[in-house]
Design a protein around this ligand. Structure first.
Ligand SMILES: Cc1ncc(COP(=O)(O)O)c(C=O)c1O
Length: 417
């Protein structure tokens, strides 16, 4: 088969594909594997009940059902839904939005593909423009999404050591160099994999830099504000004309309905919906129909705050306690878990690479993710890149206890303790 450059790039080795394959194969080979590697949202019974009832109402109404399965929405998504969402965001946060500032996509992953390639890559002056990731480690899902090679640039963060076993990354603004080749900033808030939540101050500084250089600041709110609000610290929802806020219904509990939401200037929204029309005609109608009532009466926010966030927070507190009990005085630290659904563990001066540790854990029946995957755009050598693991803490208590105990045993062996 003869492929184009695009064909070659997108069919050759991709980090996310090999990671997903490896996790999938390991699970298929061993039914008893303890899965602490995935990013699937938890199946929270109360949330599933709400969606099941909503789905039943749709199925019971001939008009709604026909829309659910049988009608193409416009390329930007159902306009009545976008209008309701704009009204809710205006009501709650005072953002000056109309439906022309919002479009829907097939999951937010697709939105990032469109946005990154819309701004980054070769421009009409022959300049190779890149997406700057001010907070590394960053989401692995960005890594291979550029049509151009080397689309991303990232520098090291500052590390604040909060106590013996807790640290936090901060944006190191001296590493955020902006020049004529900088196409946009992008940050996930909360950050996958670390659970970091950029402070309001960091977001404001990035936004003023973005404004000053007239480039967009893309904020990936897949776990963030205002929904599903997997945030356990103080953080303010943020949007303005230079910001492209990407939300998703996935972590609210609807990943299979593939619904991403882009909130941006009218110019950006019309460009994204234009690309959507070419690549997919119309977004999925099912996701927005499932949550339209919740947007109309703001209950999407109370659901996030009263049911979803506390559910994750309870699991987090348990996993944190087990970590302290099991890892004790070993040279380990955890990123302050401020959001999302992961623990980011740092084993200082680890005698083997994090990938080797991942392999050893896989042999012991525990699946985690090696941290080295999460540094898109950072080419410089840094031992820290090979000393971290991402551990998903959302399983039941017995499983989390067992998984962390095995992690601690393997790590203790490595340190010879
Ligand atoms: C940080 C982050 N952004 C975006 C996505 C994409 O999510 P979706 O395409 O399901 O909206 C994910 C998925 O896990 C993620 O972790």
């Amino acid at each position: 088969m003869k492929l184009s450059k695009f064909g070659e790039k997108f069919t050759s080795h991709s980090g996310i594909l090999s990671l997903m394959d490896d996790l999938g194969n390991a699970l298929a080979d061993n039914d008893h594997m303890i899965m602490m590697g995935g990013g699937n949202p938890a199946h929270i019974p109360e949330v599933e009940d709400i969606f099941q009832q909503r789905l039943q109402r749709i199925v019971d109404s001939q008009t709604e059902f026909t829309r659910f399965i049988g009608t193409y929405d416009p390329p930007a998504g159902d306009q009545a839904f976008c209008r309701e969402l704009a009204a809710m965001l205006k009501r709650r946060f005072g953002w000056n939005l109309t439906e022309r500032n919002i479009c829907l996509t097939h999951g937010s992953q697709t939105a990032f593909f469109m946005l990154f390639n819309m701004f980054g890559g070769e421009d009409s002056n022959g300049r190779n423009r890149r997406i700057q990731l001010p907070m590394a480690p960053e989401y692995i899902g960005y890594t291979d999404s550029g049509i151009a090679e080397d689309l991303f640039v990232a520098g090291k963060p500052d590390i604040e050591e909060i106590d013996a076993h807790t640290f936090k990354y901060h944006v190191n603004f001296s590493n955020v160099t902006v020049n004529e080749n900088t196409a946009a900033f992008c940050v996930s808030r909360p950050t996958n994999p670390t659970g970091n939540v950029l402070t309001d101050q960091e977001i404001e500084t990035l936004d003023s830099l973005a404004k000053h250089h007239d480039i967009p600041l893309i904020i990936d709110g897949a776990y963030g504000l205002p929904f599903p609000e997997l945030i356990f610290t103080d953080a303010t929802p943020y949007w303005d004309e230079h910001v492209i806020l990407c939300l998703s219904l996935s972590k609210l509990g609807l990943p299979a309905l593939r619904t991403g939401i882009v909130i941006a200037s009218e110019e950006v929204i019309s460009a994204v919906s234009g690309i959507s029309a070419i690549t997919s005609l119309a977004p999925n109608s099912a996701g927005c129909m499932m949550v339209s009532d919740m947007v109309r009466d703001d209950s999407i926010i109370s659901l996030s705050q009263k049911i979803i966030r506390p559910w994750y927070e309870e699991r987090l507190r348990f996993a944190q306690q087990v970590l302290h009990d099991q890892l004790g005085s070993l040279p380990w630290a955890m990123h302050k878990p401020e959001g999302a659904m992961f623990l980011w563990l740092w084993f200082k001066d680890l005698p083997v690479s994090s990938l080797e540790l991942y392999e050893r854990l896989k042999k012991r029946g525990v699946l985690v993710v090696s941290g080295h995957y999460f540094f898109p755009g950072m080419n410089e050598e840094w031992p820290h890149k090979n000393e971290c693991l991402r551990v998903t803490y959302t399983r039941d208590q017995a499983t989390v206890q067992k998984g962390i105990t095995i992690i601690a045993e393997e790590v203790r062996k490595l340190y010879g303790q």
